[in-house]
Design a protein around this ligand. Structure first.
Ligand code: GLN
Length: 212
C-alpha cells in the first residue's frame, strides 16, 4: 500500500489556526465576517473571524479587515480607542491588512480636499492617493464587471465609492474602471474601492487568505 506522505508545509497549513479580525465599529462588518468564514471553509483552512472593537482585540491577529462604512467615523474611533499605532505596527510587521471602500480610503497616504476637510486621519499605509466619494451623484452607487489581476472577471459593487487617483513606489494597481484605479496591492496590504463582501463571490477573501 502506498502511503501518502504529509509534508511539513502541509502540516503547518493543517495546524495553523487563523485569527482574522474585522474592525467593527460600523459599516458592513457582519458581511465581511461571513464572507471570510465562507472563504476559510471553502478552502479548508481553520480559523476564527472576530469583531475588533478595542485595542486588545488586535493582539495575535493573523490578518485584519477594515470594512466599508464612513471613513471619518472609523478613523475617529480607531484614534479614540488607541488602535492607530498598533494597526500601523501590524502593517510594518507584515500582517496582511485589507481595506474596502471606507477602509480603502484609510489605507492611503494621501487624500483629497474632502478627506482633509473632514479631518479624517489616514493610516498612511499604502503609496496611493485617494479621492473620497469620487463618482458623484449620477454614479453614487453602481455595479461593474471589472478585470482583476490574478483573479479575472469580477462583479464589483460600488457604494459612494472612492477612487484610487494614483499609486507609486511599491503600490501596484490591480483593477480599473473607466474613471481610474479601483484596487491596489502593496506587499501585505490590499485595498479596493468596492465591496467584495457583498455577493457570493469569495475570491477576493480567498486571495487575502493566501497572503497570510
Ligand atoms: N463614502 C464613504 C466614505 O467616504 C465610503 C462609502 C463606503 O464605504 N461604502 O467614507
Amino acid at each position: 500500500m502506498k502511503k501518502s506522505r504529509i509534508l511539513r508545509s502541509d502540516f503547518w497549513v493543517i495546524r495553523k489556526m487563523l485569527k482574522i479580525g474585522v474592525i467593527g465599529f460600523q459599516g458592513d462588518v457582519i458581511e465581511h465576517i461571513e464572507a471570510m468564514k465562507k472563504a476559510i471553509e471553502l478552502h479548508k483552512r481553520h480559523g476564527t473571524v472576530l469583531w475588533v472593537r478595542k485595542k486588545e482585540d488586535l493582539a495575535d491577529l493573523s490578518a485584519l479587515i477594515i470594512p466599508g462604512g464612513e471613513s471619518t467615523t472609523i478613523s475617529r474611533l480607531i484614534e479614540r480607542r488607541g488602535m492607530r499605532d498598533s494597526i500601523i505596527e501590524m502593517a510594518e510587521n507584515g500582517v496582511p491588512i485589507m481595506g474596502t471602500c471606507a477602509g480603502c480610503i484609510l489605507m492611503a497616504k494621501v487624500g483629497d480636499e474632502e478627506v482633509i476637510r473632514s479631518d479624517t486621519r489616514l493610516l498612511s499605509l499604502m503609496d496611493m492617493e485617494v479621492q473620497r466619494n469620487a463618482f458623484g451623484r449620477q454614479r453614487e452607487s453602481f455595479e461593474a464587471d471589472i478585470e482583476i489581476e490574478g483573479i479575472g472577471k469580477f462583479h464589483a459593487i460600488f457604494i459612494r465609492a472612492p477612487l484610487i487617483k494614483r499609486v507609486w513606489g511599491k503600490c501596484k494597481a490591480m483593477a480599473y474602471v473607466d474613471e481610474g484605479i479601483v484596487m491596489a496591492v502593496q506587499g501585505n496590504l490590499l485595498a479596493m474601492a468596492f465591496h467584495p463582501e457583498l455577493g457570493q463571490d469569495y475570491r477576493i477573501h480567498h486571495l487575502f487568505l493566501q497572503m497570510i
